[in-house]
Design a protein. Structure first.
Ligand SMILES: *Cc1c(COP(=O)(O)O)cnc(C)c1O
Length: 487
């Protein structure tokens, strides 16, 4: 793609005094005296500094910006632990129905029964998928769901007169787990994984005790490996009086096959913006509903959506609630998209989604295994990790290979996560990609390993085709240069 100097200019740099991008008819209602509406102290003394440009300049500005972004609609995006699956456009159509898009959260319940029914049905569907007894749709992200779940766990222990202060997290956990535990007021205990990449039962036994509030775990774990001893793990934690929290941000491996509730978990959050195909990236909006077993239901964020005997839907108050965690009903438009997805597939379809996600990941793992170090060489679930240790000996790090992928138009996989694998590369293809797409990416990655061996210098300076090449990432975050006078 070529961009001209003009395309690159910021809208403010194009501004010319007196230029306007709109035409309004003359005002035909009496103008109100401004001082009667806004106190003089709050009135602007100088006109707002707005760019003065034509409409076409505004359109080109935003279109140019949107093209510099990379999303699932541009290309393959195998970002491990992020489930960048295709977002079906039917979800968008349904979210735009006037009955969903043009209602207001303060409308009387009787006038939004359809919307409430959708929320209620989504609660039910997510209970079914997770094996939980109740669900709240309020949390707006995975991390928000984690915090909500942990606050319920805290309330549960306190209601029993127990002061439990510790949350156990395996070293492969997503960074939000210890962060949420800290924000919820717990101390985090990290336990090491064993050499199979799984929870070390001896380490777990040594760490659980009367101060254990919960174990936070995901299964399959963030290495894409199934914790085969999950029933035993659950028993160890429960016997000590702790609860089990399931990080279900990525449920793509398990839908219709197994359920956190059946594995012994008490609380689970799902990321609808991962597993249920609602858009993500760019900071949201997301949705991180939380499901709980009935012993935690008294503490759910209030209200949830209830159904009366006469079939009408209402906002059900929760007396011992931890309180509201989000305004109104959560991110309603996102919930509509997720519901559309679930209903489009149905139960059997969701199972197929998971089977294909796991099949795609294993196909990629097997084709890539000869070219990389494979820290845990066994069947994976929806994602897998490779290590760039072999390439490191040639002077090329995982970061360099990831940067090189940009030259071929791919979003790189997750790198350097999970933390317990050196030079980690974590790939999650998802079920929505064709074999041809997977093969093309695999071939590219293999080509890059050959470049690493034969011409490491090439990788050290990649990428070559992007607007900017290597950034000082710390500086870019702390002192961003947001205009394009850089050319
Ligand atoms: C993405 C993810 C999260 C966090 O979800 P957000 O919506 O980004 O807050 C937590 N755990 C795992 C395993 C994840 O992949």
């Amino acid at each position: 793609m070529t961009t001209t100097k003009h395309d690159k200019a910021l809208i403010f740099e194009l501004s010319q005094p007196g230029r306007v991008g709109y035409a309004l008819p003359d005002c035909d209602v009496p103008e109100l005296e401004i001082d009667s509406l806004i106190p003089t102290s709050l009135q602007r003394s100088q006109p707002a500094e707005l760019p003065e440009v034509y409409e076409v300049d505004v359109i080109r500005h935003y279109t140019a910006l949107s093209r510099r972004n990379f999303g699932i609609d541009n290309g393959f995006y195998p970002l491990g632990s992020c489930t960048m699956k295709y977002n079906p456009k039917i979800n968008e159509d349904v979210a735009r129905y006037a009955g969903f898009a043009k209602i207001h959260p303060y409308q009387p319940e009787s006038s939004v029964q359809g919307a409430l029914e959708l929320l209620y049905s989504l609660q039910q569907d997510l209970q079914e998928v997770t094996g939980m007894d109740e669900v709240t749709l309020q949390p707006a992200a995975g991390a928000h769901g984690e915090w909500t779940g942990l606050m319920m766990i805290r309330a549960y222990h306190e209601s029993r007169g127990e002061h439990r202060t510790k949350v156990i997290v395996p070293d492969s956990a997503h960074g939000t787990n210890p962060a949420s535990a800290t924000v919820a007021g717990f101390d985090t205990i990290t336990i090491k994984s064993n050499d199979k990449g799984l929870v070390d039962l001896e380490a777990l036994r040594a760490d659980v005790g009367p101060d254990t509030a919960a174990l936070m775990l995901t299964n399959p774990n963030t290495l894409g490996l199934f914790e085969e001893q999950i029933v035993e793990i659950a028993a160890i934690v429960h016997e000590a009086g702790g609860l089990l929290y399931y990080d279900g941000a990525n449920a793509n491996a398990i839908m219709g096959i197994t359920r956190p509730g059946d594995m012994g978990f008490d609380v689970v959050h799902l990321n609808l913006h991962k597993t249920m195909s609602t858009p993500h990236g760019g900071g949201g909006p997301g949705a991180g509903p939380v499901g709980v077993k009935s012993k935690l239901a008294p503490f759910l964020p209030s209200p949830i959506i209830g159904r009366k005997a006469d079939g009408t839907y209402y906002l059900q108050d929760i007396p011992q609630s931890i309180g509201r965690v989000k305004g109104y009903f959560g991110n309603f438009g996102i919930l509509v998209r997720a519901y559309t997805y679930i209903r489009t597939y149905g139960g059997e379809g969701l199972r197929q989604v998971s089977e294909n996600a796991v099949l795609n990941a294993n196909y990629m793992l097997r084709r890539l295994a000869p070219h990389f170090d494979v820290p845990f060489d066994r069947a994976c679930k929806h994602e897998f990790v490779l290590s760039g240790n072999r390439q490191k000996k040639w002077g090329v790090r995982t970061l360099d290979m990831a940067k090189r992928l940009l030259d071929f138009g791919y979003h790189p996989p997750t790198i350097y996560f999970p933390l317990n694998v050196e030079e980690c590369i974590m790939i999650e293809p998802t079920e929505t990609e064709s074999k041809e797409t997977l093969d093309a990416f695999i071939d590219t990655l293999i080509q890059i390993t050959q470049e690493a061996e034969q011409n490491p210098e090439l990788l050290l300076n990649a990428p070559y085709t992007t607007d900017v090449s290597r950034l000082d990432e710390a500086l870019a975050a702390r002192k961003p240069v947001l205009n394009c006078s850089c050319g």
